[in-house]
Ligand binder design. Structure first.
Ligand code: SF4
Length: 409
C-alpha cells in the first residue's frame, strides 16, 4: 500500500509529516514524497497567504487528475481556515483539522491495509525536524495562524529528548527544533526554551542543533549565551517583517528596529559570522516609500544573509485588512522585487566570506556526480560524490561560489 505525503508551508508542517511517515513505515506502508502510483495521498496544507490556498488547490486537482482512484486526505491550516480565498476541501475524500491530525494514522490503518512487508519511507530527509511546540498566543494583525493552530502548547521534554536521541542513533547529524511560536516553548509550565535547549544539546552529542525560527522578543540572556555553545548551529532565523517602527506597531509585533539591530549585534559579538535570516512582508497596509526604505536599510544594517520576502496578503479573520490604506499591487510587486534582489546580493556577499574556510556540513541530497550539504551557518555546499553518507556531518573547505552556494574540490 503506497502512501504519498505532500507537505506545504512551514517546517512545523514538515516535522509533523516526517513523524507520521515514520509511523506508517513502521506499520508496513511504503511511504514517499513522490505521488507516483499512490493509493493514499496525505496533504498537509498551509493558508498563510492567498497564494498558499491557490497552490494547494492546484496540487489537489493535479493529484485527483493523475490518481483518480487514490484516496485524498487533507489536513493542515487550510482546513482550519474558516474563510480561505479558495477551498480545496470539497476536492478531497476526507479532511482533518489540525486538532485531529494525530487521528490520520488510525484512519489509514483502519481503512487501508498495509502490504504486510517491512514498510519503507523516502519521505524523511537527512536533518531531523522535531516539532516541540504548537499554536500561538500572539495576535499579529496580518496572521491567520493563531486561529488555525489554536493556543500555544508544548510537548513533553523527556519524550522530545528520547525522540531526538533515537534520531541521532539512527544517523542524523542535525536536529532542527520547530514550533509555531518556538520561543514560547515551556511557558505554560513555567519552563523556558533555553533550559530545554541546554538539556537537549547535552543529550544529542555529537549531533548539532538548529532552531528553525524564533521571534526577536523571545531571546533571553540564557538563550543568547547558548547560541555560542559548541554544536549550536551558527544560524538564526529571526522574522523581521518590517524595518519601520510605524509598520511594526500596526502589525502588532513585539519589538522595534532598535531591538532587532541590538539583538543581532549581541549575537554576532559572541559568535562572529553568525548567519541571521529573516521573513519580511512588503506592501503591508499603510506602508509608505519611507517605511520600505527603513526595511531596506535595516536588512542591510543587520547584514541578513537570507530573506523570505512575502507580499502582504489580506486574510479574512485577521485585523490588518481593517487598517485600511491598502498598497497598490504594482508598488507591492516592485518592493518585493527590490528586496529579493537585495537579499540575493547579501546572501552571496555573506557566503563568499567563507570561501577557503573550514565549514561543517550535513549532507542532505545525492545529485548526479555530486552531493549537496548544508553548513551550520546555513550555506548550501556542493562536493564531488565520494560516498558521503546522507545525514552525516563532515568538515569541508569550499573553494569557489556557485549560483546558489559554495563548491568544494
Ligand atoms: S507570532 Fe504572530 S505571526 Fe507568528 S504565528 Fe503568532 S500571531 Fe502568527
Amino acid at each position: 500500500m503506497k502512501v504519498s505525503i505532500q507537505t506545504l508551508g512551514c517546517k512545523v508542517n514538515f516535522a509533523e509529516m516526517a513523524e507520521l511517515g515514520d509511523r506508517l513505515a513502521r506499520a508496513g506502508y511504503t511511504v514517499s514524497d513522490s505521488d507516483e502510483a499512490a493509493d493514499v495521498c496525505i496533504i498537509n496544507s498551509c493558508t498563510v497567504t492567498a497564494q498558499a490556498d491557490r497552490k494547494l488547490r492546484t496540487m489537489v486537482h493535479g493529484l485527483r487528475r493523475r490518481h483518480p482512484k487514490a484516496h485524498l486526505i487533507l489536513t493542515g491550516c487550510h482546513v482550519d481556515n474558516p474563510n480561505p480565498r479558495v477551498s480545496a476541501v470539497p476536492s478531497v475524500d476526507v479532511a482533518f483539522p489540525n486538532a485531529r491530525k494525530r487521528e490520520i494514522f488510525d484512519y489509514v490503518s483502519a481503512n487501508f491495509a498495509p502490504t504486510g512487508e517491512q514498510g519503507s519511507t523516502t519521505f524523511t530527509r537527512s536533518r531531523f525536524f522535531l516539532k516541540v511546540q504548537d499554536g500561538c498566543n500572539h495576535r499579529c494583525t496580518y496572521c491567520i495562524v493563531w486561529r488555525t493552530r489554536g493556543a500555544s502548547r508544548s510537548d513533553d521534554e523527556m519524550h522530545l529528548i528520547e525522540r531526538a536521541q533515537r534520531a541521532v542513533a539512527d544517523g542524523y547529524g542535525e536536529i532542527v527544533l520547530t514550533g509555531v511560536d518556538l520561543g514560547a516553548f515551556g511557558r505554560e509550565h513555567g519552563r523556558t526554551l533555553a533550559s530545554f535547549v541546554r538539556r537537549l544539546l547535552a543529550a544529542i552529542a555529537p549531533a548539532r542543533l538548529r532552531l528553525s525560527s524564533i521571534n526577536a522578543n523571545d531571546f533571553t540572556p540564557e538563550l543568547i549565551e547558548l547560541t555560542a555553545a559548541p554544536r549550536f548551529c551558527r544560524h538564526l532565523h529571526i522574522p523581521l517583517q518590517s524595518g519601520s517602527d510605524r509598520v511594526l506597531k500596526r502589525m502588532g509585533r513585539l519589538y522595534r528596529r532598535r531591538d532587532y539591530l541590538t539583538l543581532v549585534d549581541v549575537l554576532r559579538n559572541q559568535s562572529p559570522g553568525m548567519a541571521v535570516t529573516a521573513d519580511v512582508i512588503v506592501g503591508f497596509p499603510g506602508e509608505t516609500e519611507m517605511d520600505f526604505a527603513d526595511t531596506e536599510a535595516l536588512a542591510a544594517d543587520a547584514g541578513l544573509s537570507g530573506m523570505h520576502v512575502f507580499r502582504y496578503s489580506p486574510r479574512a479573520g485577521t485585523a490588518a485588512p481593517r487598517l485600511g490604506l491598502p498598497v497598490d499591487d504594482p508598488i507591492s510587486r516592485e518592493r518585493s522585487r527590490r528586496l529579493q534582489t537585495q537579499a540575493e546580493a547579501q546572501r552571496r556577499a555573506y557566503e563568499s566570506g567563507f570561501i577557503d574556510r573550514d565549514l561543517e556540513v550535513v549532507w542532505d541530497r545525492q545529485l548526479p556526480h555530486r552531493v549537496r550539504g548544508l553548513s551550520d551557518n546555513y550555506i548550501t555546499v556542493y562536493a564531488s560524490a565520494r560516498g558521503q553518507q546522507l545525514g552525516a556531518l563532515s568538515r569541508v573547505r569550499p573553494l569557489t561560489s556557485t549560483v546558489d552556494g559554495l563548491l568544494c574540490g
